[in-house]
Design a protein around this ligand. Structure first.
Ligand code: IPD
Ligand code: CA
Ligand code: CA
Length: 290
């Protein structure tokens, strides 16, 4: 029941030999996009100028020229490298590859060209580029690059997760009382009842602390490398989390929807943990549902 909307893991064996090659290319592309963001950030902060900004769902949901520049670079580069893959970019950049033949795996990139736009626009240096590859809908390969810290997180199915080339692992904390967690709030939390506030209060009362960094992709990576012990968020999109899901799993962590199933994309919910805290986190989410 929990997995009703979720894809089944595909037979990835056919793709496995090429995953290392795909990962190498994706890392180079994320680095290139990160350079665009780093240069844009330097320009904005030295000029102390507000970036050219538009708004999406509301006045609280900005998009800058650098989101668009980064996405244009990524979509063109992915298309050149993998003409047979589909691409879905957050800002509308897309590429519909030729239809896959019978029995062929469908490879689809979900691209967040600037995860943490509000931070970026305010001159707060916590944002990232996130490239996640779904194979037949299954999160299979992910790259998250933080250009200000020059931290490249990457992982692919069965290959482990790394930070700047070194293997990473989730933490070993096994009690919520000793845990540091991470979350985010949806852009419509000013007006919607489904706003994560009750969950936030519940976790804040039970843990050493809850942080709100402002980049879902980095939030997942902080769990993967053990800096944080868990993360949850609702109304979250595939471009925010596809890459980070793979990175957490390959670092030994657990990722599910709020019911413990694999419908993170269909339900737009994610809970990531070091595994040891997972059942306790799901129980707090259940008990604090409004
Ligand atoms: C947002 C960030 C934020 C999360 C929001 C996302 P954006 O992405 O990841 O941390 O709380 O839900 O939409 O808009 O900066 O790409
Ligand atoms: Ca995002
Ligand atoms: Ca974004």
């Amino acid at each position: 029941m929990n997995d009703f909307f979720a894809p089944a893991p595909p037979a990835l064996e056919a793709l496995c030999p090429s995953l290392a090659h795909i990962l190498e290319q994706a890392v180079a592309i994320a680095r290139g996009a990160g350079e665009i963001l780093r240069a844009g950030f330097a320009q904005l902060t030295t000029q102390r100028a507000a970036p050219e900004m538009r708004f999406k769902s509301s006045e609280f949901d900005p998009v800058t020229e650098f989101d668009h520049r980064s996405e244009a670079f990524i979509v063109a580069a992915l298309q050149r490298a993998f003409p047979e893959h589909r691409i879905v970019g957050e800002e509308g950049g897309a590429y519909a590859a030729p239809a896959a033949g019978d029995g062929e795996l469908i490879c689809e990139w979900h691209v967040d060209p600037l995860d943490g736009t509000v931070n970026f626009a305010h001159g707060f240096p916590a944002f990232a580029v996130s490239l996640g590859l779904l194979v037949d809908g299954w999160p299979t390969l992910g790259v998250v690059y933080d250009p200000m810290a020059d931290e490249m997180f990457s992982a692919a199915h069965g290959m482990g997760a790394t930070l700047n080339g070194r293997p990473i692992r989730v933490s070993t904390i096994d009690a919520l009382g000793a845990a540091l967690l991470n979350t985010g709030f949806p852009y419509d939390c000013h007006v919607s009842e489904e706003n994560n506030f009750a969950h936030f209060i519940a976790f804040q009362r039970l843990t050493q602390g809850v942080r709100r960094v402002g980049s879902a992709a980095l939030d997942l990576c902080t769990v993967a490398c053990g800096r944080m012990d868990g993360y949850w968020e609702l109304k979250i999109k595939p471009h925010d989390i596809a890459a980070g899901i793979v990175i957490v799993r390959e670092a030994g962590g657990t990722v599910t929807d709020f019911a413990g199933g694999q419908a993170m994309f269909a339900r737009q919910q994610v809970v990531a943990s070091n595994g040891r805290l997972h059942a306790a986190m799901l129980e707090v989410l259940r008990a604090s549902s409004v």
